[in-house]
Every structure is written in structure tokens, then in C-alpha cells.
Design a protein around this ligand. Structure first.
Ligand SMILES: Nc1ncnc2c1ncn2[C@@H]1O[C@H](COP(=O)(O)OP(=O)(O)OP(=O)(O)O)[C@@H](O)[C@H]1O
Length: 427
């Protein structure tokens, strides 16, 4: 099938899934006989609607039990829906569980054939692809050993390599990549990129904000079986983060971040860049005056790569605090965490702070990032991680680049280089 980038690949309208849960198997029989309900109803999905276009890589996030797997199972046709519509345009293949359809006693090679046949490939097609599947999985040395002797990461590599070889129009992946090592994840990322360029659609479930922000064009957040957010991955992952870490105690005491622009970056600059800061916590302390100071001690929104600077902020205790840990985290514009630390990790003693007292926090660092736009998060928390106040991406700043590095570099490794004649002989 030829796919047209931008055309709808999956359309989901008001999708619902209801499970009926019987505490004991006998309850089902009793219900049938007495015609009185003896089950609990659990809605795994309720009125879920979205559309995915060909050429989009979309991440699905959500807490345990939010409905992600149920959604994927319905999209791949392995689970019946209770209500709503699903339209899928194109050939779908999925990796819902590692090694599904793979037999533990068979070798890796035999499993590639079995998996390929399950994916609709013919024997001849698998013959033509087997070497490239093995090469992609990098399991050439063990491919004739039983699948059960593979580590989870190796199983993930073989499953992924086999599934992508089926050349689907729509690829659905459920967390399978999280078990691979960083190098294999990078290969998967590259594969996704080439899929996207070929106009294919990828739906990827992950709990990792890094995976979602680095691989996806868009993210959908499920909460209690409904769509809680759908949009830009960095915004949705922030929202998810807030839900996970900021939701257990009310944070109404803390003003919205946009209402409290931080020094070092002008409010207009914040708006112009579309940067959305988020603020959450229980409000027992408040962070103010978040700023970066350059090596001359002046507040700066631009820092030279490799130069010394300080991250500064003040924490005001609104109530007596038994302990206080101050933290900082730098993210890139895709939302990937680049560096974070806190006073506890750095061995600064945790001390009680009285209501009304202010604490000045200063992190000294060398800005070994490559040129680009970055975001600084500041936190004031208890040592068990409970947030008093957290300014998520509270400050945007620029690093002016090391002009000797490639422009897509992420860090500045302060490289020097030499080249000299070498002796060389052919034996
Ligand atoms: N077969 C089933 N029978 C009864 N309830 C189910 C069944 N499958 C899922 N559920 C319920 O549906 C809800 C959504 O489950 P689902 O597995 O889709 O969540 P999830 O977001 O994939 O979670 P996780 O991140 O833990 O994998 C949960 O409350 C779960 O208990």
C-alpha cells in the first residue's frame, strides 16, 4: 500500500472498553442463574478520541492502569472494544510483549522464521531478509542458540529486528525498547526516523519522558482511561510529570509560573519562544529569583560554552521545614534531562528552616554544554522527594556555542586535536 504523509492512518472515535470483574469464578454462574449482577465494572477506556496521520511518531504515556495496553490491544485487533469506532489505514504490526510468538526452545534463527510467518511474510521473503534481520539485531554469534538463553535485552533486539523487517505502514510498540541498551535504543530511534521519512506511523508506549521527547512528534497522555493531554511531547511530558509528582498535595498556594517571571529572562522572551514553565508543589516553601549569573557575577540569559557560572535562587519557607533539599536540572529543548543535582547529593547538610526564613542557594558549575537553548528547573523539596516548590523549566537560557564543534553537538568536550606523520609498514 502506498501511504501519503499527513493522511489519517488511525482514527479513534469515542472508544470505550469495559471489563467486568468477578471476584470468584462461581459469581459468573450465580449471576447467570439469578440474573442479578455479581460483578464489578471497570472502564479501562472511556470516550477516547484521536487521529494519527501517516508519517507521525506518537508517544502514549500514562500511569500504571491508565489504559495504554488496552488501547494498543484494541488497535492491533487482539481485544474487542465495548463502544466507539477505530479505523486503521494500512498494514499494522506490533511489539506488544517481548518475544510474543517466539518459542523459548527454538533458536533465534528459527524464531525469526516463525515470527516472520506470523507477521504475514512468506518463507522466500524471510530468506531474503534473514541476514539483515540478524545483522540489525547484532546477535550473529548466538543466533543458532535457543531463544531462552538470551537476556531480556537480546530478546528485545531480535523481536524488534524481526517486526520492523515486515515493513509495516503502522508500527505499534509497547515499552519493548526500554529493555535494550542505550546503543540499541539509538538504532531503534534511527529506524523510527527512517520509517517516519517513509511516511509510516509509529505509536510508542513508554513511561520514559526522555524516550517520548526524543523520539516522538506528539504525545498522548491517558489518565483513568481518558485522554488527559494530547500535543507537543515536551508539554505533555511536563504535564505528566506534574501529575506524578505534584498531584498528591494541593498546590493552589503556589502561583502559576507564568505569573511569576524569573529574572534572567524577560517575560516577552518567554512568550515569544512559546516556553511554558510549570510550577507545582505543596507550597510550604517558595522559590524566587531563579537566575544564572555569568563568570563576572552578572545575571545572564546567555552563557558562553565552557565558561564558569552560577545557578542561583532563593527559597522562602512559608512554614517550619524539618528538612530542605535544593535541586537544579538542565534540559534541552526536546525535554531531555542533561544534568541534575541537589544539595543532598552534594553533601550539603540538611537543616531545619523556620517559617519566614529565606535560604540562598548557589550552584557553581562549568557550562560544558554545546551551543543552543536550554531550560533550567529548580526545586525545593524534602529529603524524601516531596516537593515544596518546583519550577519546571523555570528559566530559559542560551549557551553560545563552541564554534569548533558540529552544530548538532549536545555537550562541549573541550577537545584539542593533533595530527602528525605516522610510520606505517605493510607486512
Ligand atoms: N483483562 C482484564 N480484566 C479486567 N480488568 C482489566 C483487564 N485488562 C486491563 N484491565 C484493567 O483496565 C485498566 C487499564 O489497564 P491497562 O493494562 O490498559 O493499563 P496500562 O496503562 O497499560 O498499565 P501499565 O502501565 O501498568 O501497563 C486497569 O484498571 C486494569 O486493571
Amino acid at each position: 500500500m502506498t501511504v501519503e504523509a499527513g493522511a489519517p492512518a488511525i482514527r479513534v472515535r469515542q472508544l470505550s472498553k469495559r471489563f467486568e470483574i468477578y471476584r470468584r469464578p462461581a459469581d459468573l454462574i450465580r449471576e447467570l442463574i439469578t440474573r442479578r449482577p455479581r460483578h464489578e465494572v471497570r472502564w479501562a477506556l472511556r470516550d477516547v478520541s484521536f487521529e494519527l496521520r501517516h508519517g507521525e511518531v506518537v508517544g502514549v504515556m500514562g500511569r500504571n492502569g491508565a489504559g495504554k495496553s488496552t488501547l494498543l490491544k484494541i488497535l492491533t485487533g487482539t481485544l474487542e472494544r465495548t463502544g466507539g469506532d477505530v479505523e486503521v489505514q494500512g498494514k499494522v504490526t506490533s511489539i506488544l510483549e517481548l518475544g510474543t510468538g517466539f518459542h523459548p526452545e527454538y533458536t533465534g534463527r528459527e524464531n525469526v522464521y516463525m515470527g516472520g510467518l506470523c507477521l504475514g511474510l512468506t518463507n522466500d521473503e524471510i530468506d531474503a531478509r534473514i541476514e539483515s534481520i540478524i545483522a540489525f539485531s547484532e546477535l550473529g554469534e548466538v543466533i543458532d542458540q535457543p531463544f531462552k538463553t538470551y537476556s531480556t535485552g537480546m530478546q528485545a533486539r531480535l523481536t524488534f529486528s524481526t517486526v520492523v523487517s515486515a515493513d509495516p505502514d503502522i508500527l505499534i510498540v509497547d515499552e519493548a525498547l526500554s529493555v535494550g541498551d542505550a546503543r540499541f535504543q539509538k538504532k531503534c530511534c534511527d529506524k523510527f526516523r527512517s520509517f517516519r521519512e517513509a511516511g509510516k506511523t509509529i505509536l510508542l508506549v513508554s513511561h520514559s519522558a526522555d524516550a517520548i521527547t526524543s523520539m516522538c512528534d506528539r504525545a498522548i497522555l491517558l489518565e483513568n482511561g481518558t485522554v488527559a493531554a494530547d500535543g507537543d511531547p515536551s508539554y505533555v511530558t511536563k504535564y505528566y510529570h506534574r501529575m506524578l509528582f505534584g498531584g498528591d498535595e494541593p498546590d493552589a498556594a503556589v502561583p502559576p509560573c507564568d505569573a511569576a517571571p524569573q529574572s534572567g529572562v524577560e517575560p516577552d522572551q518567554v512568550r515569544a519562544s512559546g516556553h511554558r514553565c510549570m510550577r507545582y508543589g505543596n507550597g510550604r516553601a517558595a522559590i524566587t529569583n531563579l537566575a544564572i549569573h555569568d563568570r563576572d557575577g552578572r545575571p545572564a540569559s546567555t552563557v558562553e560554552s565552557g565558561s564558569g557560572c552560577t545557578v542561583r535562587f532563593t527559597i522562602i519557607a512559608r512554614e517550619d521545614l524539618d528538612d530542605l533539599v535544593a535541586g537544579m536540572l538542565i534540559r534541552d529543548r526536546r525535554g531531555v534531562d542533561l544534568y541534575g543535582t541537589d544539595t543532598l547529593l552534594r553533601g550539603v547538610p540538611v537543616e531545619a528552616v523556620k517559617a519566614g526564613d529565606a535560604v540562598q542557594v548557589v550552584f557553581h558549575l562549568s557550562m560544558w554544554l554545546a551551543g543552543g537553548t536550554y531550560f533550567l528547573t529548580a526545586s525545593a523539596a524534602r529529603s524524601d522527594g516531596k516537593q515544596y516548590d518546583l519550577l519546571y523549566d523555570g528559566l530559559q537560557f542560551e549557551v553560545t556555542g563552541d564554534r569548533f564543534a558540529y552544530t548538532n553537538s549536545l555537550v562541549n568536550l573541550d577537545v584539542s586535536v593533533e595530527m602528525a606523520p605516522a610510520s606505517y609498514s605493510v607486512r
